[in-house]
Design a protein around this ligand. Structure first.
Ligand SMILES: *[C@@H]1O[C@H](CO)[C@@H](O)[C@H](O)[C@H]1NC(C)=O
Ligand SMILES: *[C@@H]1O[C@H](CO)[C@@H](O)[C@H](O)[C@H]1NC(C)=O
Length: 352
């Protein structure tokens, strides 16, 4: 970055931000940020994911730029993960998926080993390969000291909640694992092939399809009773729930009164599950408006900070952190609650 750009950038940050409340210094724990190892980038590009989910490119990333961003944003700890499209890149090539997953997990574990204070990681799994995922789960938790796992909303059209994933959820449940859900492009399976389920292909999928796929996956977790059957699993839902909050009354009422599904569900059951098994990260643009809908369903103890770096570049993520700081008082007036959202809730979750 040139000096002139650096100066104007710094000024911009200074102007955007309000002074820290009460002169207290802000600290954050970032549960939603990504690492981009060179071999994963190469594998993604050669598998046809050079423009992932309709985005122009895979962003640049290095450990140094990540640490530098953390310093600027007052992030004391980042839990890093591989983002969409995950680590199962070539449909049908399970062996390649297992190998790539292992390599990304080793890479993240190495960062955590070298910087235990600054980094943790959500391990990847080679879904929809359940056998490979069970092996990787044990290895990641027992040998690599992963903080939990990350899963995409769907893996080649297999959505969270699909009954083929039950053996994995049984094990996640037995071990009380935290599952960081990440959106990916919607997808439908047709026999052995698959195709995108995003009709408006002129828009990049992160723009809004990610929100819809997040809602779809979490709804299926509830309607398949995965949430209730495996109550030891803790979920982090990204982007303040995406399109989920306004669908809750709808899908629960429909399930119980109209479609006659044989399960007990209503919005109070969902709220109860949220208060025990769910967290929501604040990556993206939840302030000043989006957050209000979610707060009808959860208390502030279920919120976590997330930057989405480097998919949200450092400058943007800093601006969003400032927007959060400037607006959070409107919905969460107590400074102690505010600091729980930025650090305390994540500390409790990570200590589980
Ligand atoms: C980081 O903390 C410093 C002081 O502790 C504060 O001046 C600055 O605004 C904070 N920046 C962000 C993005 O939180
Ligand atoms: C999971 O959590 C339950 C309830 O807190 C506890 O009894 C159990 O020992 C935990 N299991 C493991 C493997 O940590």
């Amino acid at each position: 970055m040139g000096i002139a750009r650096l100066v104007s950038f710094t000024l911009w940050i200074a102007l955007l931000g309000k002074p820290v409340k009460g002169g207290k210094s802000i600290e954050r724990i970032d549960v939603h940020s990504h690492f981009v190892p060179p071999f994963w980038r190469e594998a993604s590009v050669s598998a046809g994911y050079g423009k992932p989910d309709g985005m122009p490119a895979i962003p640049e990333w290095s450990l140094e730029t990540h640490l530098d961003f953390m310093k600027q944003a007052n992030i004391t700890k980042s839990i890093i993960s591989i983002t969409s499209p995950g680590t199962y890149l070539i449909q049908g090539n399970t062996l390649a998926a297992r190998r790539l997953t292992r390599k990304t997990n080793e890479f993240a574990a190495d960062i955590k080993r070298k910087h235990p204070k600054e980094f943790g990681f959500w391990a990847s799994l080679p879904l929809p390969d359940v056998q490979g995922s069970l092996v990787e789960l044990a290895y990641a938790l027992d040998h690599l000291k992963a903080d939990g796992v990350t899963v995409m909303t769907n893996a080649h059209g297999v959505y969270l909640g699909d009954e083929s994933l039950d053996p994995l959820f049984r094990e996640l449940n037995r071990r009380n694992v935290t599952v960081f859900i990440h959106p990916t492009s919607p997808c439908v399976r047709q026999g052995h092939s698959e195709r995108t389920a995003a009709p408006l292909t002129q828009y990049p999928n992160p723009m809004f399809e990610f929100f819809v796929d997040t809602a779809r996956a979490v709804i299926n977790l509830f309607l398949s009773e995965t949430v209730a059957r495996f109550s030891g699993v803790t979920y982090i839902v990204p982007h303040a729930g995406g399109a989920l909050p306004p669908t809750i009354e709808r899908f629960t009422s429909f399930a119980s009164s109209i479609s006659g599904l044989p399960l007990e569900i209503n919005s109070n059951i969902v709220k109860e599950a949220f208060s025990n098994q769910f967290y929501f990260d604040l990556a993206g643009f939840p302030f000043p408006d989006q957050i209000h809908g979610l707060l009808r369903y959860i208390g502030v103890s279920r919120l976590l900070y997330g930057s989405d770096f480097p998919y949200t570049p450092a400058g943007g993520a800093l601006g969003l952190a400032r927007t959060l700081d400037a607006n959070i008082g409107e919905v969460v007036p107590d400074p102690n609650d505010q600091s729980s959202i930025l650090t305390g809730n994540a500390q409790q979750l990570l200590a589980k």
